[in-house]
Structures are given as structure tokens and as C-alpha cells.
Design a protein around this ligand. Structure first.
Ligand code: FES
Length: 115
């Protein structure tokens, strides 16, 4: 059973992002929610969501690789801890994270109203 993750902040607007069938364990997928491109990762049942834009030069992270909990950007191979969004290489980088909520098998991502 997948778990969801949350981040702190103001109450977001919950946007439907698909079902668990859309992102199997160990995989990631890209979804566009309003004006925001999101990469949704299923980390052995834990769902996390980040802005689908590398902090280096904005390449879509969903075009990269997810392996052993490390998300690698396809463009220049910056790497991120997929559980936290914190940079692995370089360590100073950080992904923009969104909270995730499950309603049975339906996945919702929390994004601020003005995005
Ligand atoms: S754009 Fe991602 S590493 Fe350069």
C-alpha cells in the first residue's frame, strides 16, 4: 500500500494527478497540474512530488532516471535524493516539493492556489 508525504506550508489546493496505476513502485511520471509541471515518484510505495524542473537549467526531471532512491537529471546528471529532494551532487541543490495525498488509489498533489 502506498503512503503519501506532506510538506509544511499553507493549505494547498489538491489537484487530481492520476491513480496508483499511473506510477508503479520504483517509477516516476510527469503530470501537468494547472500551470505546474510535476514529477511524481513512487519510492517503494512512498509517493513524492516535485516540480518537474531541474534547479540547474530547468530540464524536466521526469526525463531522467530514478534508481535506488536517487533521481538523476538526464541533461548534466545532477543527482537528488528522491525521498527528500535534497541534492546529492551537488549537495547544495534542492528540489521544490509538493505534498501528496491518497484517496484510495487516487493521487492528489497539493499546489498553492496561485500556481
Ligand atoms: S539541467 Fe539538470 S543537470 Fe543540468
Amino acid at each position: 500500500m502506498a503512503k503519501s508525504s506532506r510538506s509544511s506550508g499553507a493549505d494547498p489546493a489538491w489537484r487530481y494527478a492520476g491513480t496508483l496505476d499511473d506510477v508503479w513502485e520504483g517509477e516516476m511520471c510527469a503530470v501537468t497540474l494547472g500551470a505546474v509541471d510535476v514529477v511524481l515518484c513512487n519510492l517503494d510505495g512512498e509517493l513524492v512530488a516535485y516540480r518537474d524542473s531541474c534547479p540547474h537549467l530547468a530540464n524536466p526531471l521526469s526525463e531522467g532516471d530514478l534508481h535506488d532512491g536517487v533521481l538523476t537529471c538526464a541533461a548534466h546528471e545532477w543527482q537528488f535524493d528522491a525521498h527528500t529532494g535534497q541534492g546529492v551532487n551537488p549537495a547544495s541543490a534542492c528540489l521544490e516539493r509538493y505534498p501528496v495525498r491518497l484517496d484510495e488509489d487516487r493521487v492528489f498533489v497539493g499546489i498553492e492556489e496561485d500556481q
